[in-house]
Ligand binder design. Sequence first.
Ligand SMILES: Cc1cc2nc3c(=O)[nH]c(=O)nc-3n(C[C@H](O)[C@H](O)[C@H](O)COP(=O)(O)OP(=O)(O)OC[C@H]3O[C@@H](n4cnc5c(N)ncnc54)[C@H](O)[C@@H]3O)c2cc1C
Length: 573
Amino acid sequence: MTEKTIDTDVLVIGSGAAGVAAALRAAHDGHRVLVIEKDERLGGTTAISGGWLWVPGNEQGVREGDTREEAETYIKYLAKGRHNPEMVDTFLDEVPVAMRFFADDAGIEFQYPQKAPDYQMDAPGAKVSGRAVTVKAADARMLGADRLRVQPYLQSYTVFGYMPEVGPDIATFLKANQNLRAFGYAARKVSKTWVQTLLHKRAYGRTNGNALMTRMITAAARQGIPMWTATPALEIVIDDHGVAVGARIGGEHAGLVRARLGVVIAAGGFSGNAELRRRYFPHDPDGTNHCTPTIGHHGDSLKLAQPLGGHIDDSPHQPASWGPVTTFTGRRGQQRWFPHLRAFGLPGLIAVDRDGVRFANESLSYHDYGVEMIRNDAGRDGTYGWIIADAKAMRRYGIGYAKPWPFPQTYFRRSGFLHKAATVAELARTIDVPADQLQATLDEFNAGAARGEDPKFHRGSNWFHHFKGDMDHKPNPNLAPIDQGPYYAVKIEMGDLGTYAGLAVNTRSEVLDAVGDPVPGLYAVGTAAVSVFGGGYPGYGANIGPAMIFGHTVGRDIAAHAAERAERVSAGM
Ligand SMILES: Cc1cc2nc3c(=O)[nH]c(=O)nc-3n(C[C@H](O)[C@H](O)[C@H](O)COP(=O)(O)OP(=O)(O)OC[C@H]3O[C@@H](n4cnc5c(N)ncnc54)[C@H](O)[C@@H]3O)c2cc1C
């Protein structure tokens, strides 16, 4: 039987931010594009994300006074010498170009928050705003019948199905148990979500990463780009000159895709692949010490490129962007992850290790706190700690998935997720932490917290910390003593938001072979490729920002690269 063959110009593997960015630009320039996605739904991890893009040098940021020099200084400081300077240059050169394309040509509506501090505000070149950009909430009806094809939200993040939008919306939700106006606001949003879900299977309003993907997929549909779900790429196909000219694909469209201009691998990273984690994640030597909420990040990007010499560049000082998680097993055995992106730097919460010792500033970013967790538990069996809260913090903020008052705690306690005890000593026994040490940790923390200080780790000492705290709490948005029983604990484990180590690529995002030469016609973008930040996590949007910028660049340049190749062949080179 002859193999079914499909012809296109550009084949994009993966339907997250990176892949669709490449697809949008290539189609805009008049090329035929096909996007294939192995999941049943479109949008990948991007669709369950916060939807932030870290894009220094965007026009709004520059108007606010951001400079190239400051951005470079900051990126380099965080990278600790593990970045590729040319890659950073390309990224910074391309930000304004790509952002103009997405806004003006693709019609993606961005928002420029007044404050979205860089994650390491004490580092040289850091900025309080102008670099992290979000996308406006979207009405999914813009997608017509395709609206249900987008990946749904991360369930553990929703409030009865509604996903609060980063910014004022979420801030109001967080106050819903503290003032009537906020409660009324949240109740209206949630009831609208329920009614629409009941009548139309899913609410129309889409926020955060789901809004980003809804908007990008709508733009792709407008361009007439076919996007096939449940269609995995199985193998990259090359011609006699070693040029990537297509792929074998599975699923209902199974067959051969011939891509005249090239193939873009945007199939995510490898944190969902135990064997690759064993190899690249120092804390996970047996592949069981890590939980990832990412979607489809099974290492396919590497599997596809490896036969052509593609390999992992593990030069970043951190192999992934860390995002510690709490894990929850529901009554029917359903597994839920709650990535603690707003970590535990709220007043009245701390985290301790298995010895009951605080080991880091809980107001660090989730990535930087993850680095500290790994460091603190190096050489020990497992990487975990305990988030500890007292009654007032639990009532006001909850602990991640375990929502605050008036949400009932029974469900979370019965499942073993949330531990509760009348005294610190009893809590310590419940979670198997030395009681004397836990009490000593609390005594030390409380003494400073009462004054709004944390002499040990300087929590609450800069704008980023405050942003992660409760701005209404005085004297310090991040600190309050933990001194009112009952006391609560939830186990925190290691997770990630996507890998930083990834396929080795050059500044054109071409996949490099075993000797460092580009595999002609083969590209990798997004978490499929090595991160531009060398292991640092500069600010909100450190994954999606570069994913979209490099995706756009590949989509724009892929035809020119193919023309270069053709010229070389005709010149007999
Ligand atoms: C809760 C959460 C919040 C986050 N918030 C942010 C944020 O606000 N900003 C930010 O920058 N980052 C954020 N991140 C991280 C970010 O979402 C991801 O790192 C980023 O979306 C990765 O984009 P991508 O295009 O590389 O991959 P994805 O969006 O995951 O897309 C890859 C797609 O490829 C598909 N695929 C895999 N293998 C194949 C194959 N063989 N054939 C076809 N398709 C395949 C996958 O199924 C997947 O759909 C967050 C992550 C999480 C979990």
